[in-house]
Design a protein around this ligand. Structure first.
Ligand SMILES: Nc1ncnc2c1ncn2[C@@H]1O[C@H](COP(=O)(O)OP(=O)(O)OP(=O)(O)O)[C@@H](O)[C@H]1O
Ligand SMILES: [Mg+2]
Length: 349
């Protein structure tokens, strides 16, 4: 059972501002975008927007645009006619038709292929669509709520997202602050998840977290935001034997083990630290690990500069040479990024 899983918890000023914005935007029958880092609660907020709207008693459909290949996504969203593709024997309504009179949550909307974006624009603008392989125009009334953790204006500048669609979807943009910007919520959330776990374990009471555990949670940067906090709090509670003593023993990285496959001393430590700092999973574009031996003497300045250059190159390739996105990836300003490119003489073309 998911104990009170749809509750939105928080009391920080940033969270209260967010709730205020949600309450004001929800009743307006306009498309909306919810943006924020992974695990910040975008899906929860999209559901809240629907349930506070006039459409609350109608359907709330969810679709993750990254889950399907472009052609499949198109037929899933807009439906298809018999013969539209091999195996399409009968007509099938898509998610838009299924969400008629309600809301459709398009998660990871930034990954949508151009052709689907074109169709989406028409639905949002005129409430019209044609099923894949069909010519009959279907009229629907659906409120679209999109979510993304990428910088959509930067994606539009890079030619990966239609500017006109962005203009239309961004009637209002709800930006969800990361957990590190609302530290007042950390303990409230941790206690909420901790006591839900204690309830699940059938403890009579939840003794709370110990002082060192509390301090460690407040000190941590939470790159995975509330989803990560939830796992850490739940893991700590279930790892305790009983509910007698305050919960301690937080494990931030459940993979941390001397026997972790692929671990070979300092090399991996460097890679994993970089991963944690950026809050993203390791990727093949990530900078190389340290060589196992250096020629002495080692020039700290030279080695650091070489490492910095590799990070910048990795940021560029990981963000398809979109410099604004790359600067965000590295958590530096665009100007700092431009300066570093010049300094290292990196070719961005
Ligand atoms: N304010 C909150 N109160 C309680 N639980 C929350 C809150 N925000 C997020 N959560 C919980 O954190 C988890 C992640 O939330 P959600 O899936 O909405 O994040 P997301 O922003 O959509 O993440 P992603 O970008 O990875 O899809 C869920 O279990 C959700 O219930
Ligand atoms: Mg999500």
């Amino acid at each position: 059972m998911n104990f009170q899983s749809d509750q939105i918890i928080g009391s920080s000023p940033a969270f209260l501002d967010l709730m205020d914005k949600i309450s004001r935007a929800a009743p307006l029958d306009r498309p909306l975008l919810v943006v924020g880092e992974r695990g910040t609660g975008k899906e929860l907020i999209a559901a809240r927007l629907h349930f506070l709207s006039k459409r609350w008693d109608q359907v709330f459909q969810k679709m993750n645009c990254a889950a399907l290949a472009p052609t499949l996504l198109e037929s899933e969203l807009f439906g298809y006619e018999p013969g539209a593709f091999t195996g399409a024997r009968n007509r099938r309504a898509g998610r838009f038709e299924a969400a008629h009179d309600g809301s459709l949550f398009l998660d990871e909307i930034g990954t949508m292929a151009m052709q689907a974006q074109e169709k989406l624009l028409r639905v949002v603008e005129y409430g019209e669509l044609e099923r894949v392989g069909g010519s009959e125009t279907v009229h629907i009334d659906v409120r679209v709520i999109g979510a993304t953790n990428i910088d959509l204006p930067a994606a539009a500048d890079a030619g990966d997202f239609r500017h006109d669609l962005l203009d239309r979807l961004a009637f209002d943009v709800i930006t969800v602050p990361p957990l590190r910007e609302r530290r007042e919520d950390i303990l409230t959330l941790a206690n909420h998840f901790g006591s839900a776990m204690a309830h699940e374990l059938e403890w009579l009471t939840f003794p709370g977290f110990s002082k060192p555990a509390t301090e460690a949670m407040l000190d941590y940067s939470w790159p995975g935001n509330i989803r990560e906090l939830k796992s850490v709090a739940e893991r700590a509670v279930y790892s305790c034997w009983d509910g007698e003593e305050p919960v301690c023993g937080l494990v931030f990285d459940p993979f941390d083990s001397p026997y972790r496959p692929g671990i070979a001393g300092a090399n991996t430590a460097i890679t994993r630290n970089a991963t944690n700092e950026h809050g993203s999973t390791p990727n093949t574009d990530a900078p190389d690990t340290l060589p196992s031996s250096f020629d002495h003497p080692v020039s700290l300045k030279k080695e650091t500069a070489a490492f910095e250059k590799k990070l910048i190159e990795a940021a560029l390739t990981s963000n398809r040479y979109n410099q604004r996105a790359a600067s965000k990836w590295l958590e530096i300003s665009y100007d700092q990024f431009r300066h570093a490119i010049k300094k290292h003489n990196i070719d961005c073309s």
